[in-house]
Design a protein around this ligand. Structure first.
Ligand code: ZN
Length: 355
């Protein structure tokens, strides 16, 4: 499932880094290309929709990009972001996000497509010759989308294909270039009511189909769990969790974190761990330590403190990493190194650096 050839490993510290950098320079002709300037093959698509489309409250917020933090001493990977979303007063291309991230010590990203439009966008980006070599992706039918597909129309009343058809398309596109994870799938009792029988059944059916897909394709599974810890655990236990199971944007307490870690699952922490009211989350992180922990942005959402509400992008990960290091009582360099090792082994990427 991994691309080889001209898409070499992404690193600044391996012996092959010089070769990779040379290749990347010639690929970019010495500057970041815009999505519309690729000489041949399909260009990297620009972000397809605005964050405000699904977050209307955002209209009144500060849409300026936060300043770049001090770069990390050891590069880490953002294992969950949504590059299909546009946000901010200044429009950033995929290449802009990648360049800003690289300058801050985030040298690779995994972009997640979580509704059919985003799924197709992600597949097109990864298949494009213009796709930055430091990007990989994953797709799934998000649990809230699963409920909509089962109902047959979205919130605006637009017709949607059935849930089976949506999962079939996801299954096909997951076999394409650059796809290294199934996700995000799981259960969401926050935006979709648990009391809505049809919606609940659709979410569970979709979750089970994605668990099966991850096993069939031997890929990790990224879990979306919102207000659904117990039910998520129950479904995973009943069906048997994929070998590499990741709780994206982990949101449980210390007890649930321990339950996940004891089962060999991984916890990915987002900017939420920096929030003032997130003592429970920091308690969860302190409980499990760094062994099975990764870092992500979920960008453009969940911007870390002190920039809550403003646009988010992978270059802001150093803020979240500082909190992770502090909570786990580790120096920043060690925390980055351990998280990088875990991320590489979970996603088996970048291959050459894992040794
Ligand atoms: Zn997400």
């Amino acid at each position: 499932m991994l691309r080889g050839g001209e898409h070499g490993p992404v690193t600044t510290s391996s012996p092959r880094a010089a070769v990779v950098r040379r290749r990347r320079r010639s690929f970019y002709h010495g500057r970041m290309s815009s999505p519309h300037e690729t000489p041949s093959g399909p260009a990297a698509p620009p972000p397809v929709r605005d964050r405000e489309d699904i977050d209307p409250r955002g209209k009144k917020r500060d849409r300026s990009w936060p300043p770049a933090p001090e770069p990390l001493p050891v590069p880490v990977i953002d294992n969950h972001c949504h590059l299909d979303f546009a946000d901010g007063d200044e429009q950033l291309s995929v290449h802009d996000h990648v360049a800003r991230a690289a300058a801050a010590g985030i040298d690779a990203q995994i972009t997640i497509g979580s509704d059919l439009e985003a799924v197709r966008w992600t597949a097109a980006l990864l298949a494009s010759e213009d796709c930055p070599p430091s990007l990989r992706g994953g797709v799934a039918v998000h649990p809230n989308e699963a409920a909509l597909h089962a109902r047959g129309h979205d919130h605006e009343g637009r017709e949607l294909v059935g849930l089976d058809a949506a999962i079939t398309e996801v299954s096909e596109l997951l076999r394409g270039p650059g796809m290294i994870v199934v996700g995000e799938s799981g259960l969401d009792w926050f935006r979709t009511s648990r009391d809505d029988d049809r919606a609940r059944e659709a979410q569970i059916e979709s979750f089970r189909a994605h668990i099966a897909l991850a096993k069939e394709l031997d890929l990790p599974l990224q879990i979306h769990d919102r207000d659904a810890h117990r039910d998520v655990l129950e479904v995973l236990e009943a069906d048997g969790a994929p070998e590499r199971t990741v709780f994206h944007c982990f949101s449980g307490d210390a007890e649930f974190a321990r339950a996940c870690a004891d089962r060999g699952w991984f916890l990915s922490f987002a900017g939420t761990v920096t929030f003032k009211n997130a003592d429970g989350l920091r308690g969860a992180l302190a409980e499990v330590g760094l062994g099975q922990v990764m870092v992500e942005t979920d960008a453009p959402f969940l911007t870390p403190v002190p920039y809550r509400g403003r646009p988010n992008s992978s270059y802001l990960i150093p803020i979240t990493m500082a909190t992770i290091a502090e909570v786990t009582g580790t120096d920043l360099e060690t925390a980055c190194r351990r998280i990088r090792e875990t991320t590489e082994s979970v996603y088996r990427w970048p291959e050459a650096v894992a040794a």
